[in-house]
Design a protein around this ligand. Structure first.
Ligand SMILES: O=C(O)C[C@H](NC(=O)Cc1c[nH]c2ccccc12)C(=O)O
Length: 438
């Protein structure tokens, strides 16, 4: 690894921490990353990147799980009050919080694309002195929104990478595309960016994640265990009635939802691979002595392959319809998110592996790991890149965590950000060496 790169990244370290903590403190959930995106755009524009924003990089009707209009408006106002850079907000208004920053070197060479995500989780952050972000004053100030999956780190890595690559642009060839994606949680955002065509010209693509149980100093070059997933909301609508006087006139939506929840969790599995189902939210009823006429559930299915997930999802639809029929209520299903399974491209994984071995902080580099994974909508971008003849991967940078992902005590060792920037910058700087001699 070049001495210059090492110096560039070392000089950045304190700035990375400050960036990450600022993003952590003002955590914003999917499609509401107004402050975050405005700050990213402002910084990358000042660095000299060509920016494509909002509707240019997000296909409106391919967005999934968009919050209601009123929430979008209110959260944009809150972002402004919390220091969003006003001049960039119009591009993001209405839930178009995506950015593609391009650096064209003017020299021939491939297009290399890196994707980071920017959204927080729907979770309240732990408020006690055992939790570093609280102790050090950078815990989320936004109720119900917390960076508990490290996307504040991912966004910071994207900004740091942008700085380093711009500083070393004389040594690059081809084109660099930095993709800042909204709404990864709930797998809602990537499809809209894929369908807007943002990776259609990308020859080499990788998305990244930190943590996920991978030990500090370890790198997984081609994570291949992502489960296909479908996220959906169900509403049941019955008839309210006097629970004592005329219960027979009621149609009980609460019982339909409860029946459905139990039925969903007892679905048969599939011999072709792992599957999952989770009813994460169930809300029903309005009062003690009223037959409940309304119920709502938030559900997800997952499968090791697209086919397994599709099987579980179809079974789930039967269960929901059956439960509604049992109680004489109507039901409605709304798709809220989806992701595919996707396999990384072997030659690109090999190249990443070889390049990563030159990074001194990486003590162990592996192509893949056998671990129960979650899901990732970066798989839409990976599949789109591959469909256009490019190569795609998904890298995981191990690091120490204070608690598991999606936990209210989640925090990570910030030194992983510099390691990730060095590794990704090395890929961009050395891409002219692809493919290597064996
Ligand atoms: O389905 C979602 O909402 C996305 C969310 N995604 C993640 O948490 C990312 C993730 C989970 N496990 C791994 C393992 C490696 C990389 C990334 C991940 C999940 O699985 O709940």
């Amino acid at each position: 690894m070049s001495c210059e790169l090492s110096q560039q990244v070392s000089a950045l370290a304190p700035i990375l921490t400050a960036w990450r903590r600022d993003l952590h403190q003002y955590a914003e959930s999917g499609w509401l990353e107004f402050r975050t995106a405005s700050k990213v755009a402002d910084t990358l524009s000042q660095l000299g990147y060509h920016l494509q924003l909002g509707r240019e990089v997000i296909k409106a009707d391919a967005r999934m799980g968009l919050p209601p209009e009123a929430v979008l408006r209110e959260q944009e106002q809150r972002a402004l009050a919390q220091g969003a850079v006003a001049r960039w907000l119009p591009a993001f208004s209405g839930g178009f919080t995506g950015i593609v920053a391009t650096l064209s070197t003017g020299r021939p060479g491939p297009v290399v694309g890196f994707r980071v995500d920017m959204d927080a989780l729907d979770l309240n952050e732990q408020q006690d002195d055992q939790h570093r972000p609280f102790r050090d004053g950078f815990a989320s100030c936004n109720p119900g929104m917390m960076h508990a999956c490290g996307h504040d780190g991912h966004t910071t890595i994207g900004i740091g990478l942008a700085q380093v690559l711009m500083a070393m642009r004389d040594q690059l060839c081809g084109t660099i595309k930095l993709i800042f994606q909204p709404a990864e949680e709930g797998t809602r955002g990537a499809k809209s960016m894929a369908e807007a065509g943002v990776v259609d010209d990308v020859d080499f693509f990788t998305a990244i994640h930190i943590g996920t149980g991978v030990p500090a100093g370890h790198l997984v070059c081609g994570n291949d265990t992502f489960m296909a997933t479908t996220k959906f909301d169900v509403t049941f609508t019955g008839v309210a009635a006097h629970a004592g006087g005329k219960p027979e006139e009621g149609r009980n939506a609460l019982l339909a939802a409860a029946q459905a929840a139990l039925g969903l969790h007892s679905l048969p599995r599939h011999s072709a691979g792992a599957s999952r189902i989770n009813v994460g939210v169930l809300q029903a009823g309005s009062g003690r002595n009223v037959v409940p006429s309304q119920a709502a559930m938030k559900v997800e299915t997952r499968g090791a392959t697209n086919a397994v997930n599709e099987f579980i999802f179809q079974q789930a639809m039967n269960v929901v319809a059956g439960a509604a029929a049992m109680h004489g209520v109507t039901h409605e299903v709304t798709l809220m998110g989806a992701a595919q399974s996707s396999k990384p491209s072997a030659p690109w994984v090999r190249f990443i592996h070889r390049q990563a071995e030159a990074i001194p902080e990486l003590v162990q580099v592996v192509d893949r790991q056998d671990a129960a994974a979650g899901s990732e909508d970066a798989t839409y971008l990976m599949e789109r890149v591959k469909a256009h003849g490019g190569l795609a991967s998904y890298m995981v940078f191990g690091c120490d965590l204070s608690a598991g992902h999606h936990n209210e005590r989640f925090d990570f060792d910030e030194s992983v950000m510099a390691v990730a920037i060095k590794t990704l910058a090395t890929l961009a700087l050395n891409i002219r060496d692809f493919p290597e001699e064996a």
